[in-house]
Write a protein that binds this ligand. Structure first.
Ligand SMILES: *Cc1c(COP(=O)(O)O)cnc(C)c1O
Length: 244
């Protein structure tokens, strides 16, 4: 099924395989250290800049979730993803006017941070006769230039979104600030976990707090130790990103 690969591409596949095994082992270890089972943690590969041939190779190793962060890039690669064997999520900042291009193509949008965006996702999903799962993105570091709802506005946003018919809130997502130490990043992860547990205890009809998506290549182990059950890993799996 796979096209013939160059020596260079085969070498990259070897690296991806070794990286994948390392990540799976690290996830299993962190899961156990936090009193959970390896299978309680979902690995999502962040696939920006990565060609579909390598994404599909990772899927052939057992990877079940992939995520893109730009609509244009997702659409240009869409036909090539092996979506019989993996789920596609959208994980980047999303403009309302691009929602219609995504709905029906992705099984989850992880980066919803306004009612306006949620309403558009629900409307477009209704038109397409699908239900779209979403996560609410939280700006835990209160960074001005970052997407995400502020922690104090989260309850209100969830209440507003709850009546929308064609989407389902599945949990929370966060991209904490760049930190100098593991200790500092863990504090953000701990804050997120606290918010996650807090919201879980008072969920309404349409809301399910199943997923806490946080942690990337540099800090997915810390994120799991703080309670993440989905990590989004890019460069640790595919190698350093080359932007063309
Ligand atoms: C790129 C990206 C990641 C993964 O980043 P790495 O540091 O390469 O692991 C995770 N989440 C989002 C939203 C991203 O855009």
């Amino acid at each position: 099924m796979m096209e013939k690969l160059s020596t260079e591409q085969l070498k990259r596949c070897d690296d991806i395989k070794a990286n994948y095994e390392t990540i799976i082992n690290n996830i299993a270890l962190a899961a156990k250290q936090s009193g959970r089972k390896p299978e309680d943690i979902t690995l999502l590969a962040a696939t920006k800049t990565v060609e579909p041939v390598f994404i599909n190779y990772a899927i052939s190793l057992g990877l079940k979730f992939i995520g893109e962060n730009k609509v244009q890039e997702l659409l240009s690669k869409y036909e090539e993803y092996d979506l019989n064997n993996a789920d596609l999520h959208f994980i980047g900042h999303l403009q309302t006017n691009k929602v219609r291009q995504l709905v029906g193509k992705v099984s989850m949008i992880q980066s919803v941070d306004s009612f306006r965006l949620a309403k558009e996702i629900s409307n477009r999903s209704a038109q397409n006769d699908v239900i779209t799962d979403i996560l609410i993105e939280v700006n835990i570091g209160r960074e001005e230039n970052k997407s995400g709802v502020l922690p104090e506005d989260l309850n209100k946003l969830i209440e507003e979104i709850s009546p929308l018919g064609s989407l389902r809130v599945k949990g929370l997502m966060s991209v904490p600030p760049i930190c100098d130490s593991k200790k500092e990043i863990s504090e953000y992860f701990d804050q997120m976990y606290k918010i996650f547990v807090d919201i879980s205890s008072k969920t309404s009809d349409n809301i399910n707090m199943d997923i806490l998506s946080m942690g990337m290549s540099e800090d997915y182990k810390e994120a799991i130790l703080s309670g993440a059950n989905m990590v989004r890993v890019g460069s640790a799996l595919f190698g350093t990103r080359i932007y063309r």
